[in-house]
Design a protein around this ligand. Sequence first.
Ligand code: ZN
Length: 146
Amino acid sequence: MSLTYDDVVAKYEPVLGLEVHVELNTESKMFCGCATVFGAEPNTQTCPVCLALPGALPVVNEKAIESTIKIGLALNCSIAPFSRFARKNYFYPDMPKNFQISQYDEPICVNGYVDVEIETDEGLKKLTSQFVSMVMLMSRSKQMKD
Ligand SMILES: [Zn+2]
């Protein structure tokens, strides 16, 4: 038995999941004081933390945390009183230290939502978008080839 489009719409509720990445406008990187100037010469915005040299410890960027909390509040999220970063180990050619600092099960912002009104044939309809969590992570570097 095949269903028509109208049958499917009547029987199922569409639920869409999106992963959205936002680059914060900080002047330094997420876990060290290196600049983030676009177009700078290669290997000029790096330090022992960026390179994951032994003994180099990352320190979280305070402005990035503040910005994330502001975004979380704007999206009606609950702000966690405690949050944790973890290392996600894998290799990318443009990230030879083989790990990315990210968040997994203890993100900064959780359970947010935004109400959106859309015009339909039956008039305005209110939809609620839910945000499961907002996590922070470091971006990989940029790989350049000649
Ligand atoms: Zn650095």
